[in-house]
Design a protein around this ligand. Structure first.
Ligand SMILES: Cc1cc2nc3c(=O)[nH]c(=O)nc-3n(C[C@H](O)[C@H](O)[C@H](O)COP(=O)(O)OP(=O)(O)OC[C@H]3O[C@@H](n4cnc5c(N)ncnc54)[C@H](O)[C@@H]3O)c2cc1C
Length: 458
């Protein structure tokens, strides 16, 4: 029945900004939310030959905007892992990103302000592949949009400036799997499968009525674009765990880096208000200042270091010095609340959640959107399998496969990031000692380090 409907659907592509009347109607799939994850999903549904008969609608509340790479960098960037690069390559999006701009990360150093412990990752740990890529959110969105609007995709309609006001979702006993999406201008759309890609405050998730475990970290992420004191190759990402939260520098080009500084609400507000010079001083302090040390921690870590050295293992002495900051780009400072979120179900009859709508993490491991892109990859693979085996994409078998495959990956990753946050947010001697020795051993034992790298890149 579903497949017969598909054949009769004529996919006409229209792009409008607010004139929703043009595309009012029925679809196989509606994606609510055109952020980085929703747009990528639309692109993946458009590019996969087996799915090209699906009629897809992407609804995004923000208006469409013409993006051009400017000399100044945006303050919103993401660190993308190798799996995201592969996905973007398969969608022919990566070449657009490369033509605009990205910065490879070839080395990453993470260290503790309360001890000498550190961990480093380098390209050589990944068979000479880059550790990550720093890409501005706008650049990635523009690259996906270019591909979405290319002639290769014929089955996806996009409406920008489309505010969704509510949903009528199918009930468990309904024979017909159909959701109704109600727009704030009075229009309605119907679909067989509704995908919630509408971010951490997802209205789709709320309408599903699923349990959502969440807590706020008492932290904000302060972001900014920074000018370095000296020009360097600048392919290193730096992160220092301070007692108030991690401060990270992500490379942009030879003289600029992007800041993600997680700190208490009151400190974040203070940092936003400081005159530029004082902000730069506070940041250099955060990167360089010697915090009070405990002799027991120093004695133990130096003993562990010498044991590792004697065993011919990395003892952490390869420490590199972070760059010093000369200036902050005018008006580039902003702050975002940080929270944990886990939807206990990613699916319901005729509905699936992807990206931040399903899971939210602290940015300390740079994993948030990468997890969302993993959802996109698995969901499209399962849809293709469903169609290949003659079932329709709303069949519960495939949706359940999607949910269990993603939760198996996302939940441990989320819990590990949350545990790291907690481990580094306390400044009690036994805890500082335990985490410092743990970090030294992890850095020295290549198989453990490799396991962390592979979890972070899948
Ligand atoms: C400071 C900071 C640094 C980060 N750094 C990294 C990093 O280095 N690496 C990484 O992987 N992740 C990082 N993240 C996380 C990453 O930004 C998020 O995981 C990502 O933006 C989630 O994308 P999304 O598309 O799922 O959701 P969103 O980006 O929230 O997109 C949701 C979309 O839905 C639309 N929408 C919502 N409601 C409606 C409605 N009613 N009608 C119409 N449209 C609607 C919104 O307009 C929006 O465009 C960071 C986050 C922060 C805060």
């Amino acid at each position: 029945m579903f497949k017969t409907n598909l054949r009769s659907l004529i996919a006409s592509r229209k792009f409008s900004s607010g004139n929703n009347k043009q595309v009012n109607g029925a679809y196989d799939v509606i994606i609510a939310g055109g952020g980085m994850v929703g747009c990528t999903l639309a692109c993946a549904l458009g590019k996969r030959a087996l799915l090209s008969n699906l009629k897809v609608l992407l609804l995004e509340g923000n208006p469409s905007s013409e993006f051009r790479v400017k000399p100044e960098y945006s303050n919103r960037v993401v660190a993308l892992n190798q799996n995201t690069k592969s996905l973007m390559n398969s969608l022919e999006v990566w070449e657009h990103v490369e033509k605009m701009r990205l910065q490879p990360v070839r080395y990453m150093q993470v260290w503790d302000a309360c001890s000498d412990a550190l961990i480093s990752f380098s390209s050589s740990d990944l068979q000479d592949d880059d550790v990550a890529y720093i890409v501005e959110n706008d650049v990635l969105l523009c690259a996906i949009d270019k591909e979405l609007k290319s002639s290769n995709i014929k089955n996806v309609d996009i409406v920008y400036g489309a505010k969704i006001s509510g949903y009528d979702l199918p009930k468990i006993n309904d024979t017909k799997m159909e959701s109704t999406v109600k727009m704030s201008n009075g229009d309605t759309y119907k679909c067989q499968l509704l995908i919630g890609a509408d971010g951490a405050n997802s209205a789709v998730r709320k309408a599903m009525g699923v349990q959502y475990l969440s807590w706020n970290y008492d932290q904000m992420g302060v972001v900014a674009t920074l000018h370095l004191s000296e020009a360097t190759e600048n392919t290193t990402a730096w992160q220092r765990f301070l007692p108030t939260g991690p401060v990270a520098l992500l490379p942009l080009d030879s003289t600029r880096s992007s800041l993600v500084w997680s700190t208490t609400h009151s400190h974040a507000k203070e940092l936003l208000k400081l005159p530029e010079e004082q902000f730069v001083d506070a940041l250099n302090d955060a990167l360089w200042k010697q915090y009070p040390r405990r002799s027991v921690v120093d004695t133990c870590t130096s003993w562990v270091g010498s044991c590792l050295r004697r065993a011919g293992l990395a003892d952490g002495a390869e420490r590199q010095l972070p760059p010093s900051i000369r200036a902050v780009a005018p008006s580039s400072r902003a702050a975002f609340p940080l929270a944990f979120g886990h939807s206990t179900r990613y699916i319901a009859p005729g509905i699936a959640l992807v990206g931040d709508a399903a899971h939210r993490v602290h940015p300390l491991a740079g994993q948030g959107v990468n997890l969302g892109f993993g959802d996109v990859k698995d969901l499209t693979d399962f849809f293709a399998d469903a169609i290949y085996t003659g079932l329709d994409i709303t069949h519960h078998t495939w949706l359940e496969k999607y949910e269990s495959s993603r939760q198996r990956h996302n939940v441990p990753t989320q819990l590990a990031i949350d545990a790291l946050y907690r481990l580094y947010s306390l400044d009690i001697a036994p805890l500082v000692l335990a985490r410092s020795v743990g970090l030294q051993l992890t850095n020295a034992l290549y198989p453990v380090k490799k396991m962390i790298m592979s979890q972070a890149t899948t």
